[in-house]
Design a protein around this ligand. Structure first.
Ligand SMILES: NC(=O)c1ccc[n+]([C@@H]2O[C@H](COP(=O)([O-])OP(=O)(O)OC[C@H]3O[C@@H](n4cnc5c(N)ncnc54)[C@H](OP(=O)(O)O)[C@@H]3O)[C@@H](O)[C@H]2O)c1
Length: 511
């Protein structure tokens, strides 16, 4: 075995494995990544992606040839028998195994008291007995666990959970990965179990407060009753007995402060990242997906679409671009990048707001080409349909508090910008006179007319409560109310191009 032989990464699309792959690639180490779905795995360029279920020994076996080391994640903690088989297979092939274990594991005890520690220690023992050189990573709670609040944060202001006052340490997945990569590629880590933590203790209430502070939205913690907590665990697949045992073990641990170790610093040479650092990196998960279209600072809007060959890759492409933004320096003058998923299951819409044209031009000049290359490597075959620069011309936002669940882009070709603007003026004055200020269309939250800076295009970014609300508008036109189609027809230089519907997905704002 030598440095040309790949490192096998299991769980490669997961919280930690994805970061292990990236760190290995950065370090120039050949990687073989196992995933059940290579089509949506979004692996960096140069990674050998193989199709398999790493928790199924038969499925893993064909992928072990020539592998020199393995990073092992075990997501099926209810089935450690298969883990034993996998360990045996790996040990026959690799020089070293780095196993993602758990901070709950205690040394020097005959039996692990924590339910979560038992399967992890069981796998550790199998690895120790396998004869392979091993390193165990024993992290405490992942910062990524707080992603379970992301939906609640994006769509409301209340986060519900249990034991909101209990201080815990949260570790950034990138730090676990950094330690893993050292252990996979350097000598000196064999036979060591690293207990990995973040640098601070924060209660869930404080974590939620940090999220609110980052995204500029007041958030509130709501404590679950004991019964509600129990129900939630059942919903997550716990049976009644293990839900009870889990709650008891968490409660028992409340009075014992979690440790803060310096293992990340010791192994990598730099301190573990704080929860705020993690939040800045994963902010996209918590940020309201809908842009503030009327942001007065936004002088220019860039809109573009990508076409993919199906919903899973559509989503993978959206994730790839958001990850690329999260990882690269934020361009000067970019206020926000929002991503929408077409209801056709193929289209991704990018809507980015910039301060002015100069900022757009400066960013084009300085945009690292690697950013685009990374996205293309992660999701090959994106068809890019061109970028158009717009200015918001007029908005109509009727009163009321509809939460938009569907965005409709209604597009027109125009011969000049003036043609687009006059049409909008005519349309809106008709709406005001006929439709009582434009508020009579049920389920419509707003219309925002954008005129392209080159004068060739007009787009109405319309917000609807949901797809059905927009469909009702379309049907009313088909059913005879053809005022707007006639207005379009009789406007010289204006051609209607139709509409596309999108669902809000994610948005990134400068934080
Ligand atoms: N969360 C914590 O606070 C914490 C704390 C200490 C230790 N841990 C340890 O960390 C592990 C989780 O690590 P992680 O968050 O990086 O992993 P993960 O994201 O949950 O899963 C990693 C990958 O494993 C594959 N996978 C998931 N479930 C599977 C299943 N049932 N059968 C086969 N493959 C499956 C998936 O890849 P593909 O779909 O691409 O195949 C997934 O992306 C836990 O199992 C535990 O051992 C967690």
């Amino acid at each position: 075995m030598n440095e040309q032989n790949p490192v096998l990464v299991t769980g490669a699309t997961g919280n930690v494995g994805r970061q292990v792959v990236r760190e290995l690639v950065r370090a120039g180490v050949p990687v073989r990544a196992v995933t059940r779905d290579p089509g949506t795995a979004r692996m960096p360029g140069g990674v050998e992606v193989v199709s398999g279920d790493h928790t199924d020994p038969d499925s893993l076996r064909p992928h072990l040839d020539g592998v020199r080391a393995a990073f092992l994640v075990w997501p099926r903690l209810d089935d450690t028998a298969a883990a034993h088989e996998v360990v045996e297979l790996l040990a026959k092939q690799v020089d070293r195994i780095v196993f993602l274990s758990s901070g709950a594991v205690r040394d020097g005890v005959a039996e692990q008291s924590e339910p979560i520690a038992r399967p992890h220690r069981d796998i550790e023992v199998a690895i120790e007995r396998s004869g392979a050189r091993w390193t165990f990573l024993r992290p405490w709670s992942f910062a990524a666990n707080t992603l379970e609040w992301a939906d609640a944060v994006r769509t409301g202001g209340v986060v519900r959970g249990a034991l909101g006052g209990n201080k815990v340490t949260l570790i950034d997945e990138r730090d676990i990965a950094a330690v893993a990569v050292r252990a996979l590629t350097e000598d000196g880590h064999a036979g060591t179990a690293y207990e990995l933590t973040g640098p601070e203790r924060l209660s869930p209430v404080e974590q939620v407060w940090s999220i609110g502070e980052l995204i500029g939205k007041p958030l509130r913690w709501a404590e679950l009753s004991d019964d509600e907590w129990h129900e939630r665990l059942l919903d997550r697949g716990f049976d009644a007995e293990s839900a009870k045992a889990f709650r008891e073990s968490v409660r028992e641990a409340v009075d014992t402060p979690q440790p803060i170790t310096n293992a990340v610093q010791q192994v990598t040479g730099r301190p573990a990242r704080t929860y705020r650092e993690w939040l800045r990196w994963r902010a996209v998960e918590f940020t309201d997906p809908l842009p503030d279209i009327r942001n007065p600072g936004s002088g220019v809007v860039l809109m573009s679409t990508w076409t993919l060959d199906g919903p899973r890759r559509q989503r993978a492409a959206a994730d790839a671009v958001l990850a690329a933004w999260s990882d690269s320096p934020w361009p000067q003058g970019l206020l926000r990048h929002s991503v929408f998923l077409g209801t056709d299951g193929k289209t991704v819409l990018h809507y980015s707001q910039w301060t002015d044209e100069d900022a757009v031009a400066a960013s084009r000049d300085s945009d690292p080409p690697e950013r685009v290359a990374h996205i293309d490597a992660e999701v090959p075959g994106i068809q890019r349909n061109g970028v158009t620069s717009y200015q918001l011309y007029r908005s109509v936002v009727p009163g009321g508090s509809l939460q938009p669940g569907c965005i409709v882009l209604v597009s027109f070709r125009t011969d000049t910008a003036e043609t687009g603007r006059s049409f909008v003026d005519e349309l809106l004055s008709w709406q005001e006179s006929e439709l009582d200020g434009g508020s009579a269309v049920g389920g419509m939250a707003s219309n925002h007319f954008h005129v392209s800076t080159d004068g060739t295009s007009l787009v109405n970014y319309a917000e609807f409560e949901d797809e059905a609300a927009h469909q009702a508008v379309v049907e009313s036109m088909l059913g005879g109310d053809d005022t707007v189609p006639r207005m379009i027809e009789r406007t010289p230089g204006l051609t209607g191009l139709g509409f596309q519907r999108f669902l809000p997905y994610r948005g990134l704002t400068r934080h």
